[in-house]
Design a protein around this ligand. Structure first.
Ligand SMILES: C[S@@+](CC[C@H](N)C(=O)[O-])C[C@H]1O[C@@H](n2cnc3c(N)ncnc32)[C@H](O)[C@@H]1O
Length: 190
């Protein structure tokens, strides 16, 4: 909780300058962003060792998961990929101020070397079809992808099946009616 409080204070301080979360969700930071991200952590497999969050922005869900992981999985490594330099500086600042075991790669997901994650997350980054391409590049064969998705998730899954084989489970979101977290594994091209 101390780490989350530090994170929240930095977010409130930096947000007017770099728009890490939309201004109308800042008042609702704890539910809309912290709890929403924390629920993703609960779906990760036991004993994971490298969690990669793509397009982290202000750190959701990756940084919140890294904060939980600092206590629940102290040996695990967290990597956040964010191409926007100013947002990366913010993420590194929170990591330093909270003493987390996490690194930030300030580059494009498509450009960097494969990260070999066993857990991969991404919220509000891209269509499932695109996300599966990212997952194929950065996730181990036996790894698990966790993608929060809005009410149109079924359509996204249907479309993605035209290009990808995968098994999926849709877990109801605790924070948004009709939304889910897709838990996906066994990803390969059709
Ligand atoms: C809509 S924001 C979502 C941020 C955060 N995941 C959240 O849910 O609050 C998408 C973020 O992904 C980053 N991004 C988009 N395309 C990217 C790419 N190809 N490589 C790395 N970062 C990317 C953007 O800079 C932006 O910060």
């Amino acid at each position: 909780m101390d780490r989350l409080e530090t994170y929240a204070a930095l977010l409130e301080k930096w947000n007017p300058r770099i728009n890490l979360v939309s201004r109308n969700t800042l008042a609702d930071l704890w539910t809309r962003h912290f709890v929403d991200s924390a629920q993703v952590y609960t779906l990760a497999p036991q004993g994971f060792s490298h969690w990669v969050d793509l397009g982290s922005g202000g750190g959701f869900p990756g940084l919140v998961c890294a904060i939980i992981g600092a206590e629940k999985a102290p040996d695990a490594k967290f990597t956040l990929v964010e191409s926007d330099t100013r947002k990366s500086v913010f993420l590194r600042t929170v990591i330093r101020e909270t003493g987390l075991h996490a690194q930030v790669i300030a580059d494009r997901i498509e450009k960097i070397a494969p990260l070999n994650a066993d857990v991969l997350s991404a919220r509000a980054l891209a269509d499932l079809n695109i996300l599966l391409g990212f997952a194929q590049r950065h996730l181990q064969e036996s790894g698990i992808a966790l993608f929060p998705k809005g009410v149109n998730w079924e359509k996204e899954v249907q479309t993605a099946r035209q290009s990808w084989f995968f098994h999926d489970e849709a877990i109801k979101s605790e924070t948004e009616s009709g939304a889910v977290i897709l838990r996906i594994g066994g990803i390969s091209r059709v």
